[in-house]
Design a protein around this ligand. Structure first.
Ligand SMILES: NC(=O)c1ccc[n+]([C@@H]2O[C@H](COP(=O)([O-])OP(=O)(O)OC[C@H]3O[C@@H](n4cnc5c(N)ncnc54)[C@H](O)[C@@H]3O)[C@@H](O)[C@H]2O)c1
Length: 520
């Protein structure tokens, strides 16, 4: 039997348990009541733990700019703000603590929610955005750029408990980490209830990150052994942001182990066909350029995976003038790539000649150590899939590659046998957020308007029985509404169906305009 359930992830870089280079110099501000060390598990931890509160003024300016670019979120404030539909709701988020997310957090706050937030990636926080929210008291925040993995889980643990020792009503999750923590914590408490000597098997965890999760739970068992159980009882549901988190939820729903309802925000058309595609098309080259400033034109770029994120990545590399090679396992996606004029090959076919490798699969072991040993000097290896499993960075350490940091989130690994260098971005984690600032505001407004609508629906239906412990999509009406809210900003003018036309194609003049199976 594996020691961990199938929905858990494996993070492989042992080095993350030591302080990350950036946090060695971090001046971490602590809020009222924060217990700094060795972690806060199991009880209320105060209002914030961020890098530098004095960044708030700059953060606020960035938020004000972002608000103009986020018409969907600002419309939610206008449409629902007066009635405060989230009054009384405790909302906890685990999602990249960026400027765009701050606008989401403040929208939820505007609608009446009591908000606590952690990031979902150790490198993705924009410290000025965290500071702006803390200064405005719009949310309690535990996040800074360059956390260690241990700090990451401590922060996650800190935001799930309010001052009265109880948990949240609704979760905004990205990648499923907080959902994982609650499920693991709940399972441990069930065992503890039968045997108070029970502790999770930290040493038995087959990777360091999961060991952090289990250690966090053990501290919680000692302080408050029914904390997660009460949390699950109170929880109305989760709205999940990304492909990988949705996969985890679907596994749990299928196994019958999902403990609360979930809304799959990722598969709203206005999320995955926009954020994953056009967002990545913008933020991937941004990350590559900020990290390396290498000329992309004329280079060979390999894009692993041709799903939504892969399509955006390949389009960006092509637009920059790269020769693009796509790798795929799915014949339909492979054929789509061919139709767009890309060459479809395997990593092995091009590993010795390609210049830039970008993984986008949401899968694991796409770029292995054997691949990296064969790469040409200064090949760049970067991942934009959610977790750091796509590139075997740990394998580089094990194989004796010597690491030298060019700057935070840009590392050069020298092959001990050949002397050639491989440039690794963001240690194999999401490089568009680690080396740049993620997707721009306008596309995130689409994603986050879906998040707000999901939160509103979960809360409004907390006692109606609409949702059971399954994974749900938002309606097509709401999806179309999200798109509609963003058209004016693009100067677009919609054509209105005539009665005859609507009747002829069998739809209402006011939508939905497509059947559920339509693929866009
Ligand atoms: N970086 C970001 O800002 C960002 C934004 C959205 C989503 N994501 C993440 O990116 C990942 C991909 O998301 P998506 O929506 O494109 O998913 P997707 O399912 O649409 O695409 C993944 C593709 O990878 C292919 N694939 C799987 N294993 C492969 C392998 N071994 N070799 C080659 N191809 C393989 C699949 O066939 C699929 O076409 C997920 O982890 C998601 O959570 C990241």
């Amino acid at each position: 039997m594996p020691t961990q359930p199938s929905y858990t992830r494996v993070a492989k870089i042992a080095g993350h348990l030591a302080p990350a280079p950036t946090s060695a110099t971090a001046q971490v501000e602590t809020g009222e009541g924060v217990v700094n060390d060795p972690g806060f598990s199991g009880s209320y931890a105060g209002n914030y733990k961020i890098r530098d509160l004095s960044l708030a003024a700059r953060g606020r300016k960035e938020l004000l700019m972002a608000e103009v670019e986020m018409p969907g979120l600002m419309n939610c404030r206008k449409e629902f703000g007066a009635s405060k539909p989230l009054a009384g709701a405790r909302v906890m988020g685990s999602l990249h603590m960026t400027v765009q997310t701050a606008v989401l957090m403040e929208t939820l706050h505007h609608l009446g929610a009591d908000v606590r937030w952690a990031t979902c990636n150790i490198f993705s926080t924009q410290d000025e955005a965290a500071a702006a929210c803390v200064a405005a008291k719009s949310a309690a925040v535990y996040a800074w750029k360059g956390q260690t993995v241990q700090e990451y889980w401590e922060c996650m643990d800190a935001v799930i408990t309010w001052k009265d020792g109880e948990g949240m009503d609704i979760i905004v999750d990205d990648g499923g980490d907080v959902t994982l923590l609650i499920h693991e914590g709940f399972a441990a408490e069930q065992k503890f209830a039968k045997d108070p000597s029970y502790r999770t098997d930290v040493k038995g965890a087959d990777n360091e990150e999961f060991a952090c999760v289990l250690a966090t739970i053990n501290k919680s068992l000692e302080k408050d052994p029914t904390r997660f159980t009460r949390m699950v009882k109170r929880l109305v549901g989760v709205s999940e942001e990304t492909t990988t988190g949705v996969h985890r939820l679907q596994v749990m729903a299928k196994e019958g182990s999902l403990l609360f309802p979930a809304i799959n925000v990722n598969d709203s058309v206005t999320k995955s066909k926009f954020d994953n595609l056009y967002g990545t098309r913008h933020s991937l080259p941004d990350g590559l350029m900020r990290a390396t400033d290498v000329m992309i034109a004329g280079k060979m770029a390999v894009v692993g995976g041709y799903g939504d994120v892969g399509k955006g990545s390949a389009a960006a590399m092509k637009a920059c003038g790269a020769r693009v090679v796509v790798t795929e396992i799915d014949p339909i996606c492979a054929l789509q790539a061919c139709m767009e004029g890309y060459t479809v090959l395997t990593v092995e076919d091009v590993v010795e000649v390609a210049d830039i490798f970008v993984t986008t699969t949401g899968n694991r072991d796409i770029i292995t150590i054997d691949h990296m040993k064969k790469m040409k000097h200064n090949a760049i290896v970067a991942n934009v899939g959610h977790f750091d499993l796509e590139i075997d960075v740990e394998g580089l350490y094990k194989a004796g590659f010597k690491k030298s940091e060019l700057k935070p989130q840009t590392d050069i690994f020298t092959n001990p046998e050949t002397g050639t260098d491989v440039i690794v971005l963001a240690e194999g984690r999401l490089m568009n957020l680690g080396c740049a600032t993620g997707h721009p505001s306008f596309v995130m407004s689409n994603s986050f308007t879906n998040q707000v609508l999901a939160q509103l629906d979960l809360w409004a239906n907390r006692n109606t029985g609409k949702y059971s412990n399954q994974v749900y999509l938002l309606s097509k009406e709401l999806d179309e509404k999200v798109a509609r809210l963003h058209l004016d900003a693009c100067g677009a003018k919609l054509t209105r169906l005539t009665d005859v036309q609507a009747d002829y194609i069998g739809v209402s003049k006011d939508g939905p305009y497509k059947q559920p199976l339509y693929r866009y």
